[in-house]
Design a protein. Structure first.
Length: 285
């Protein structure tokens, strides 16, 4: 049985159909002071799959309550699917006095969980923070599939650290790959050092794990259009699209913007349900 958190209703339905499971009738409401209330309106089988993001903050509490309600209702094996793991940026103390939020959240999530699945976490070190099994499948195959008939010549990562993602996508698309030189000055300010790439008259795909403010992607597209790329597609696993992100990206000359449904938006043209289903079926406890 799948228990859909309010961040992931459409994805839960897709997953239910992939796995041929029922969707649990669940009531999720808020009190006038915004405290969350959840109630399961049916008995639960011994194994349940809860699907809920840990972003934004209010979804975290809802996740804990759903896990607790499932346990209280007698679930023996709780699989927690976190399509987008919020709070993954802080995986260590960059400065004395900081909290390690990715680890703290992991400790809280695993209290009522037996297996956790999350897609393309910002920091793969997440693995080290869980004492229960954690699966981290990638959305790259479904993203690459979306672009298979777009004649992509080259896949680019917006920075060197993300090169592996570009390479993995390029292998599936049978195209070249490279990276751009990005420097982050602050949370919402990035610069890209000019780097000459062989993109003139080519179809380019820029792929990132997250699009947040859109600054990184817009800058990348701007650079590539300046270098006379024909089409510049933008793709990400997790489309947060904060503020004017989409406007910035489109204004930079983006041909098409797509994300997956880890965060549901009008740009969720690709579903990660088959990826989650495959991870589940290949996991042997
Ligand atoms: C950075 O390491 C990430 O991979 C993304 O490039 C970044 O989070 C995107 O942020 P923004 O859209 O705000 O530039």
């Amino acid at each position: 049985m799948i228990i859909p958190g309010s961040s992931s209703i459409a994805l839960s339905r897709q997953l239910a159909s992939e796995l041929n499971r029922d969707i649990a009738p669940v009531e999720i409401t808020r009190f006038p002071d915004d405290e969350c209330y959840v109630r399961l309106h049916s008995e639960v089988p011994s194994e349940v799959i809860i699907v809920q993001n840990t972003y934004p903050d209010r979804n975290i509490m809802e996740l804990f309550l759903l896990q607790n309600a499932a346990r209280e209702a007698g679930a023996q094996h709780i699989i927690t699917v976190i399509p987008y793991y919020g709070y993954c940026r802080q995986d260590k103390k960059f400065q004395e006095g900081e909290s390690i939020s990715a680890r703290k959240l992991a400790h809280l999530i695993q209290q009522d969980s037996d297996l956790v699945i999350t897609l393309d976490p910002h920091k793969p070190i997440l693995d080290a923070f869980f004492d229960i099994p954690l699966l981290m499948p990638s959305a790259i195959p479904v993203i690459a599939h979306f672009f298979h008939n777009k004649k992509i010549d080259i896949v680019l990562a917006p920075d060197k650290g993300a090169l592996q993602r570009a390479q993995d996508t390029a292998v599936l698309l049978n195209s070249g790959y490279d990276y751009l030189e990005k420097k982050r000055l602050s949370g919402d300010k990035v610069i890209m050092e000019s780097k000459t790439l062989d993109v003139k008259d080519k179809n380019v795909l820029v792929i990132d794990d997250i699009i947040s403010t859109g600054g990184t992607m817009a800058l990348a597209i701007h650079n590539l259009k300046k270098q006379e790329a024909t089409a510049v597609y933008a793709a990400c696993s997790h489309g947060l699209f904060i503020g004017q992100a989409v406007t910035k990206i489109m204004a930079a000359g983006c041909t098409q913007l797509i994300s997956t449904d880890t965060l549901e938006s009008p740009y969720s043209h690709v579903s990660v349900a088959p990826v989650i289903a495959e991870a589940l079926s290949s996991h042997s406890p």
